[in-house]
Design a protein around this ligand. Structure first.
Ligand SMILES: Cc1cc2nc3c(=O)[nH]c(=O)nc-3n(C[C@H](O)[C@H](O)[C@H](O)COP(=O)(O)O)c2cc1C
Length: 132
């Protein structure tokens, strides 16, 4: 199974209601494609993990990269995993300008409980960053 992690930056096209749209498209498509992972949005940047059969993950990432609601997509990690580190697909986000409170950090901690230490550290340190 392929696991990809990338970071990207929201563009002006990324307004608040877009988050709900991304969430519903992702829930639908990722469930259909057997993709699990986590999308974290801090109001400015996205950190996303996607994992599943290589071909479907490649198709999904190509579609996501072409989305004009974010830009400067940088792959942080790309590796083969034997078992899923994210049981399901989930999203966690902070409101615009909101600093990551303990609740957001706890949620990311819970969602990365089965992830390898380096993947988990990427998400928890990102969750601790202030968005503003
Ligand atoms: C940061 C970000 C993350 C996204 N993550 C996913 C995802 O995990 N799965 C997905 O299907 N679409 C994701 N999207 C949305 C896709 O770019 C695209 O809009 C969507 O897949 C189109 O789905 P539809 O053709 O079913 O409407 C993401 C978009 C952004 C900006």
């Amino acid at each position: 199974m392929l696991q990809l992690i990338y970071i990207s930056t929201a563009t002006p096209a990324m307004r608040e209601p877009e988050l709900t749209r991304i969430l519903s498209a992702s829930r639908r498509n990722n469930a259909r494609d057997g993709i699990s992972g986590l999308l974290f949005f801090n109001g400015r940047r996205f950190l996303q993990a996607l994992e599943g059969p290589a071909a479907v993950v490649e198709t999904a990432i190509a579609r996501i990269k072409a989305d004009d609601r974010h830009a400067a997509v940088v792959t942080l990690s790309r590796r083969e995993v034997d078992t899923r580190e994210f049981g399901d697909w989930a999203m966690a986000s902070l409101g615009a300008g909101e600093a990551a409170g303990q609740a957001a950090i706890d949620r990311v901690d819970a969602l990365t409980i089965d992830a390898s230490p380096s993947v988990r550290a990427q998400f928890t340190s990102f969750a601790r960053l202030q968005s503003a």
